[in-house]
Write a protein that binds this ligand. Sequence first.
Ligand SMILES: [Zn+2]
Length: 342
Amino acid sequence: MAHLYVIAGHGAGDCGAVGYGYTEAERVRALASRLSALGGGNVTVADMNRNWYADNGIMSLNIPKDWQILELHMDSAGASAKGGHVIIKEGYNPDQYDTALSNFIGNFFPGRANKIVEKNDLANVNRAAYKGYSYRLLENGFITNSGDLSKFNNRTDELARGILSAFGISAIALVASTDQIDGAIKSGGTFQDKKDVFGSVSYQVHARDIGWACWQSDGRMSGTTGQNRRIEAFRLIPVGETDVVVHIKDVGDKEYKNISKDTILGTTGQNKRIEAIKITGKDTPYIYRVHQKNIGWTDWTFNGSWAGTKGKGLQIEAIEIMAAKFLVNPHVQNRGWLDNMK
Ligand SMILES: [Zn+2]
């Protein structure tokens, strides 16, 4: 049995390939989470907030040389291209894990002529070889093929078990985890824009199984709706001095004074939903609203007031924030803009 070290491809603002409302970065993180949940202590997942290609992380990685690195991706092409395969370094012979993995993935996602492909031009393939790590990159079908994608989405645990089995790891029986408290994530629903969109007021959410999503701004939705996917934290690039209070599961109200763009408002890696937020701009007032489980969108809320409910155990799933000064409709200004925003 091997110890598996899982790198989820893309991330940290790079959403990877997209298809049918899904992004590669989010999907491979969901898979990595299941590998971790099912593989228990035999699986280590590399920090999913990072982009391990862009930040050159393998060059400074320090893990045991007998750990097996697996980097997760999904392919993209025209809608008819389908199938999964394993990529290893050119000139290397596939080891027992590569062979078992390619046999599994070729059966699970059929369609590729070659189940193992050797490459000499992929950065992480070469970096791992340089460092002497045993590494392979797994393409989990095509996100652009509806058949591959729905198989990925609907049979994620089966996919995870097959991958683990290729490394000799048998999936553990699942015990109740904190995720069960918020219920299972659903497929479908609405996912935010898949590219960074910065503006006058920019913000970014950290969502369950996704990590940091792309930045959004000026009233654009950050997060998801209809997926039962909690937000665990967010960041906000402040416009002048800004205080934020977040109501966090098990923690209660947590106040962050004079935030910076790097202040993590909430928690990461602790499976704790946020349930309500209060943003107070000292220089520029904000307005904001949240999409909450079982409730939907709240009304727009003015600077310094709570959006969301506290004490009902309901996760926030999406947020929208903008500066109040950008409301320029004179009709609204005559009446007071709060009325208009309902
Ligand atoms: Zn990729």
